[in-house]
Every structure is written in C-alpha cells, then in structure tokens.
Write a protein that binds this ligand. Structure first.
Ligand code: F6R
Length: 606
C-alpha cells in the first residue's frame, strides 16, 4: 500500500524515480510526487493528483539533472486524494515520503505549534516533527531517529534535507523498505520490483533500522544510532516477470500464466512416479510433522479463501486433524486458543499484509510453529516465519490476486500430503492428490486455451447486471466466495458468495430479474444436492450461469461444461473459469482491471 522510491547517484534522478513509481503504482494510485535536490541544496518538488502518468506531464515541464531524490505513489489513508495531500511532504528543510500510519499524529500535531500544516495527512506531522528537532547542531539522521522515537504506528520513510543534499535517510517499522546497492549509486524502494533493471543486490531493512544512503554506500544503524552490519541479498525477479508481454492487462497475463507458475510451485516438490512429496524449508522434522494435531490457517481476502479451500483437502488427507481458518483482520483481536501440537499456516501473496503479520507475531509469541505460504521472496512475513513454502508464482502486479490463489492451494495441499506421509497415511490415499496436482497445470492450460472465448462471450451477456450471487457446496463454497470477491473488486458490482445449502436461509430472497447467479456444480456425490439448490433458484426466476464438469442434464440460462480429468482438484480449475469471467465482465464494463478503484496491492496498514 503506497509506494516509495529514492535515488542517490550519478544519473538524473527524475527519470529513475518516475519509472520506479510506475512499477509501484499497483501499490496505490491516488496521487504521486517526487522531490529532487541539487548539490547546492536547491529542491524541485512536483506532486499531482491521480496516476503517475499525471505526474509525468508535470515532470516534463520541470525537467532537471538533479542526482538525488525521493518519490511516492499514494493510497489515501488520512485525507482525500489531492495534490496537497500527496507526498513528498515538506517542513522547513525536510522532505519526507511515508508509508504506514502514524497513530498518535493528532497528539504530535498539537505540540507542533510553529508549523503551518497544509495537508490533512499524518505524514506531514512526521515531517514537521523531524524539522522541529533538526536544529543547526543536529544531523538529519539524529533528527529522524529522535522523531521516530515519539511515533506510535507504522512507517517506511525516506527523507532528504536541503541542508544535507548528499544523503537520503530511510527507516522502517512495519512497512517494507529495500535498499538497492550498485556502483556509485544507491536506490531505495518499498518493493523490489522498482529495483529490477538497476541492480539485483539489495539490503532488506528490518524493523527499527535506519540507514544513511549515500552515492557510494549505505550506513546502517539501529534507532540509538549505533552502527549495525548489513546483509546484501540477491533479488531473483527478472524483467519479463514485471512486464505485460503483449497482454492487454497484467490480470489477463497472470491468469494465463498459471500453468507455468503452478509448475514452478510444484517443481522439485512432487514426485509423481515415487508418489512422494518433499518440501524443503519447513524446518519441521518427520517427528514434528507426525505430532501435528491442529492446523490454524490465517490470511486475508483471496489468501484467506485459498486457506479455506485448502482446509477441505487437509482434513480429507489427514484423518483426525482439526483445522480452523481465520481472516487475519478478525483473528488478531480475538481471544483465540490454540490447542497443543498446533502449527499455523500464514498465507500471503505479498508477505506484507499488516493484519496477517500481526497474527503471525501473536502466534509466535505463544511459541506455536509458524509456516509461511508466501509468494514474495524476502518479504516481512517470509522472514519472520519459522519455516515456509515459497509458492514461486512470480510477481503479481494486477491488484486482484489470481495466480497466487492457485499456487497457495497447491502448496498447502502438498504440505497436507507430507503431513499425511509422516503420519503413515497409505499411499493409496495420498497418491490421488499427487496425481491430480501433477495434472493440474495442463488442466488449467486446457481451460484457458479452449474455453476463454466462450467465457468472454458469456461474460458480455452478464456484464449488464449490478448484482450477483455465487453458490457452491463443499469445496465449491470457498471457490464461490473467491469468485464473488474477484467479480466485485474489478467489476464494481455487488457479488455475494454463499454455501449452496445456505441459500434457503436467507439469500434466495434476493433472486429477481436484477440478479444473476453463478452456480458451481461438480459431478460428484453432492451433484444432486447442487442440482436441488439450482432448481430452487430457477423456480424463482433466477438467471443462472452454471460452471460444471458434468455432462448430465442441467437446467440453467447458461452452462459452461468444462472437460477436465480432475476430480478432487477440479474446484481450482473452476476458479480459473471464474477469474476469466470476472476479467471479461470488468473489461466489458470499461473498468481499469489492473488498478481497480479504491484498492491497492499489499495492504500494509490496518
Ligand atoms: C483480492 C486481493 C486481496 C488480497 C489480500 C491479501 O483479489 O488481492 O483480497 O488477497 O489483500 O493479500 P496478501 O495475499 O498479499 O496477504
């Protein structure tokens, strides 16, 4: 949420900052701004409401050759999207960009009587606080650390001063920051994507660390200004992964690349011939795996639904295992109990979601083993869990999460197989899952190649509706929830997900000509039950679109019958159909599918 960039080196800063902001735009796109500084301390501050393309126009008319600067793309928390609320914020000689939330900003603001506040943001308060402590005998880094000691909240910040134009000071607590190191230049970003093409060497800042970035290196300190050593790591993202590669939208690219990204999730981990799963990095011995009695799964949004779907597989795979799945935003404030021999699965694409991170820390405090199911390598959650499975789906640029869901479910299913193996579950049981996981990439490929056009056609028909109701039973219930989430976030229409058996308990009252329904049906032992729910909706004049793997008789307004060899994992394939459906509805409605309104990727604030 929000993006930060910074640069200090020998190249012109403006172009590097704005191209970095374009890469980070998916983190927030309400407004954008940059400030650059020349060697004499002269600054150029440029800010604009809206997307980075608006800022680009302003930069064109204020081009300079400054070699130092910081920039920001905003997702509004305090104060509406506007130029005045856009970062960088200025206070005296200080310019600051900030991600996160300063919770005690009102109290701090009340003390800063000398500063004339122009914005409604908490970030300007932090800039003013630094400025108030920045007297002629104080260095920028000391003023920053002193101010941060007064702050309650979360932050990733980059600060420059017209008095010390040869440095950029950065600090973090709860909001990611990465420092890219290169010959004669240092780059700063809140997300590794902005560094690709400049350097693959980076220092991941930890909480409560502050760094003085210079052209020729980085001086890392703790909050008491004591030097600490830094670890330079390699960023493993290639340029292609963050480009559209000919697709109209990142969303379509990310849906379409699922066969490959899923292969990357499975690669080296399942052995179809030996009917075996081996996950490295769990940091759990076979004895520990065997002793697991309870699994708690946490995540938000799509990651939560991936956890929910996976829980059905885990309980089918391991008899007697108890599982609960919680939305991290809820769990963090509940007085929850974790039984003995619990492990916690922490599911997150970005590895930065604030609520998920807070739950992880609380669970760790209780000495419960935590396993990350994470996509973004080097992210905060990935660094704090006891062990984990990187899902290796590659960068997800489109705000709506798609390929991460598929890989998360596959990763947790593999973990379930490994636990089952450790507990002595027979090969006959586990091999069904292994065989289906192995087939899954090709089955998704088949759906994308052979049904995409038909799905687009059906989507056009339903694009006119403002309301919809998704329903499915058993494993298709979490899939219905995810389908509805995908549609609502990119089409801006109301979409409800329900367990098919719950329709009669309320939601069936919604059925009328203003609604359409998406009924998910699998040709399994619950088929007839699903059919009953469908007939009840049909009987009330429903406009039902059925997605099924069945060839049996079904009565509905529209039916998409997918031909798949899968049984247990067919819901994952059905979800891909839903992803495409949501995409084509949003396109038909003329929406910005990659950067839907009011949203941003990676929710690093509460
Ligand atoms: C939905 C979506 C969000 C995220 C949620 C969790 O398409 O993108 O619901 O799934 O914000 O994000 P991560 O997985 O990064 O923790």
């Amino acid at each position: 949420m929000c993006g930060i960039v910074g640069y200090i080196g020998e190249r012109d800063a403006q172009g590097i900052l704005t191209s970095g902001l374009r890469r980070l735009e998916y983190r927030g796109y309400d407004s954008a701004g940059i400030v650059t500084i020349d060697s004499s301390g002269q600054t150029t501050l440029l800010r604009e409401k809206g997307k980075v393309s608006e800022l680009d126009k302003l930069v064109l008319s204020h081009e300079n050759h400054d070699k130092v600067g910081i920039g920001h793309t905003r997702w509004a928390t305090h104060g509406e999207p506007s130029e005045i609320n856009a970062h960088p914020h200025q206070a005296g000689d200080i310019y600051l960009v900030h991600n996160g939330i300063i919770e005690n900003y009102k109290e701090l603001k009340a003390e800063l009587k000398d500063h004339n506040f122009v914005s409604e943001t908490d970030s300007e308060v932090l800039a003013a606080m630094i400025d108030s402590l920045y007297d002629k005998d104080t260095s920028l880094v000391d003023a920053v650390t002193q101010a941060l000691k007064l702050v309650i909240g979360t932050y990733g910040i980059a600060v420059i001063s017209s008095r010390e134009p040869e440095i950029v000071v950065v600090a973090r607590s709860g909001s990611p920051l990465i420092i890219g190191v290169n010959d004669n230049e240092t780059l700063i970003a809140s997300d590794a994507c902005a560094l690709i093409g400049h350097t693959d060497k980076a220092i991941y800042l930890n909480d409560n660390e502050v760094a003085i970035c210079k052209k020729d290196g980085v001086d890392l300190r703790d909050m008491s200004a004591q030097p600490i050593s830094s670890k330079v790591e390699t960023i493993e993202i290639d340029m292609q992964a963050i480009q559209k590669q000919g697709y109209d939208h990142f969303l379509l690219k990310e849906i379409s690349e699922q066969p490959q990204t899923l292969r990357a999730t499975l690669s080296g981990r399942i052995n179809e011939r030996a009917k075996d799963v081996r996950l490295d990095g769990l940091n759990l011995s076979t004895k520990e795996l065997k002793s697991i009695e309870h699994i708690t799964i946490i995540g938000c949004g799509t990651a939560y639904y991936a956890g929910l779907l996976s829980s059905y597989y885990l309980e089918q795979l391991v008899d007697g295992l108890t599982i609960d799945v919680a939305a991290a935003s809820e769990l963090r404030y509940r007085s929850f109990h974790l039984p003995k021999n619990t492990i916690a699965l922490v599911v997150s694409q970005s590895g930065e979601t604030a609520d998920t991170l807070a739950c992880l820390r609380e669970i760790k405090r209780r000495d419960v083993k935590t396993i990350g199911i994470i996509n973004t390598v080097g992210s905060t959650i990935a660094r704090e869990v006891d062990g984990g499975i990187y899902v290796h789906a590659g960068p997800e640029i489109s705000v709506a999460s798609t390929k991460a869901f598929t890989s998360q479910v596959a990763a947790i299913t593999m973990l379930g197989i490994q636990i089952a193996q450790a507990k002595g579950v027979g090969i006959k049981e586990t091999s069904k899952y292994i065989d289906e996981l192995a087939k899954l990439p090709d089955e998704i490929d088949n759906v994308i190649k052979n049904y995409k056009e038909k799905i687009a056609e059906i989507a056009k028909k339903y694009a006119k509706y403002e309301h919809s109701l998704y329903f499915g039973r058993d494993t298709l219930f979490p899939v219905a929830l995810e389908g509805a989430l995908k549609l609502k976030e990119i089409s801006y229409t109301q979409a409800e997900g329900y367990a098919a058996g719950e329709l009669k308990h309320g939601p069936i009252a919604l059925v009328d000509d203003n609604f359409f329904e998406v009924a998910l049906l699998l040709d399994n032992w619950l088929f007839d039950k699903g059919l009953s729910a469908l007939s009840e909706v049909n009987a009330r004049g429903g406009h039902v679109f059925v997605i099924t793997n069945s060839t049996k008789d079904i009565d509905a307004e529209e039916i998409l019958r997918i031909d798949t060899k899968l049984d247990i994992l067919a819901p994952i394939v059905i979800n891909v159909v839903q992803q495409l459906f949501a995409y084509y509805v949003a396109v038909a409605r003329g929406n910005d599918v990659d950067q839907p309104r009011n949203l941003a990727k990676s929710v690093t604030v509460e």
